[in-house]
Design a protein around this ligand. Structure first.
Ligand code: 4AD
Length: 429
């Protein structure tokens, strides 16, 4: 048994091989049946023709519908008209499961297709997306290992909020309530005191009430935290990571990107360094292109969309006003109205994929900000403790992996960048 990719190789021309997989397309012309078979590696056209087959097997081959599973043995032959320019002349076949008609079809509604996502995932588009996603996750890990980081894990059930109370999911917990984590950041911060440089890849949960093309209620969050790093050093680390992920995807997934309609050359050309643009300049730019924003306004999805359409590469937006960012961001000592932070915005209208920055590490500054943000210090006693015992400068970031995949694949919704999207209206399959 070999894979379809192997079956298509030159060395197998003229040889008898066996492959297994699923019927991708089928049609009969006269006394011939053409079955395009797919496996995880590709597709091959298999031809059933009497007298190469027994009459029973020929009848069976001619009756197979899309997504039936089977094993075929046959001789590989060159044929310029076939996909991959090879064809398999079937000599025998074994059918594992013969289907009734397959429910996925191009003319179905989005809701229906989401209901049968477990079957829709078999499409070639999803197969390509899943392969690209695999490379993104794998290369994120590889990059941080190569930079001397340790992988760690924080809890998913927590009693604190990192990103404000409005998007917290509360779940019952033995007569009390806990929150599903919005970010593992604070736990990563605890672990830099043991390991100095740490990362994690875990789900984060946000009770996002609006339905948008870039929000999920459960998303995959890749976060890093490094002792002794300032905001600028963290941005450089992220540039290295982005360059590495993009180079791996363009190397390993050229065909998948092409299927997604993504221009690989364009993606490869987006190398770091990225521009660092202060928030105040972004407000100016937004107004120049016809939006009406004033200093202090948040950059929403539409603003980011309009601004990033103007850029060919990702950009860092820095120096946000204090009140626009969570309490833990360190005020800039040279301009305390702003914090030492960065958002990385993907170009072409995609917008924010990373949020990060330098953390407050001075005890009194943290206490004051917890008060200023109307929070209760006792709830954060352990986070405050980190500033009492051997506190050090440090920085970190959180990358939305599903958003990164959305942008890399050039998708128009994040729902197609994750196998089973969770949104305000969807918890199945
Ligand atoms: O900017 P955010 O909220 O930052 C944090 O959670 C920090 N505590 C991370 C850190 O510094 N360790 O979220 C980080 C990223 C965003 O830039 C975005 O890519 C993604 O997480 N994200 C979402 N992705 C999909 N659906 C949502 N609802 C998301 N909310 C945030």
């Amino acid at each position: 048994m070999i894979s379809i990719l192997q079956a298509l190789s030159n060395e197998n021309i003229g040889k008898s091989v066996s492959v297994r997989g699923w019927v991708y397309r089928s049609r009969s012309v006269g006394k011939k049946s053409f079955l395009v078979i797919r496996d995880s590696t590709g597709i091959i056209q298999a031809v059933a023709e009497e007298p190469n087959l027994t009459p029973e097997d020929f009848k069976l081959a001619s009756s197979l519908t899309v997504e039936s599973s089977l094993e075929v043995t046959g001789t590989v032959k060159e044929d310029k008209r076939a996909p991959g320019e090879r064809e398999l002349l079937i000599s025998s076949l074994k059918v594992y499961c013969r289907n009734d008609s397959f429910p996925v079809a191009k003319d179905k509604s989005e809701d229906f297709l989401l209901d049968i996502r477990h079957l829709w995932l078999r499409s070639r588009e999803f197969t390509s997306m899943l392969k690209i996603r695999d490379t993104v996750f794998r290369s994120f890990n590889d990059y941080f290992y190569s930079r001397g980081y340790y992988q760690v894990q924080g809890p998913m059930m927590v009693s604190t909020a990192t990103e404000g109370g409005s998007t917290l999911f509360k779940v019952p917990f033995f007569g009390q309530e806990v929150n599903l984590t919005q970010s593992s950041q604070f736990y990563l911060e605890t672990m830099i005191f043991s390991l100095e440089k740490v990362f994690t890849v875990a789900p984060s949960f946000r009770a996002e009430k609006s339905r948008t093309w870039r929000h999920l209620t459960e998303y995959w969050h890749a976060e890093g935290e490094a002792a002794w790093y300032g905001n600028e050093e963290m941005m450089k680390e992220e540039e290295g990571m982005m360059d590495y992920i993009i180079s791996e995807v363009t190397k390993r997934n050229a065909e998948d990107l092409e299927r997604a309609g993504r221009d690989t050359k364009k993606l490869s050309s987006m190398k770091s360094p990225y521009q660092r643009i202060p928030y105040s300049k972004i407000i100016d730019l937004a107004n120049e292109i016809g939006l009406t924003l004033k200093y202090g306004d948040d950059l929403g999805m539409e603003e980011e969309r309009a601004v990033t359409k103007r850029f060919e590469k990702p950009i860092f937006v820095t120096d946000f006003p204090v009140q626009l960012k969570s309490f833990y961001h360190r005020p800039n000592p040279e301009n305390p109205e702003t914090v030492l932070c960065h958002d990385l915005l993907a170009p072409e209208g995609y917008g924010e994929i990373i949020g990060g920055g330098e953390r407050i590490w001075e005890l009194e500054v943290l206490r004051r900000k917890i008060r200023d943000f109307g929070m209760n210090e006792e709830d954060y006693y352990w986070y405050v403790d980190l500033r009492k015992y051997g506190s050090i400068p440090h920085s970190g970031f959180g990358l939305g992996l599903d958003r990164l995949v959305t942008w890399i694949c050039g998708l128009d919704t994040i729902k197609n960048a994750i196998p089973f999207p969770r949104t305000i209206r969807r918890t199945k399959p």
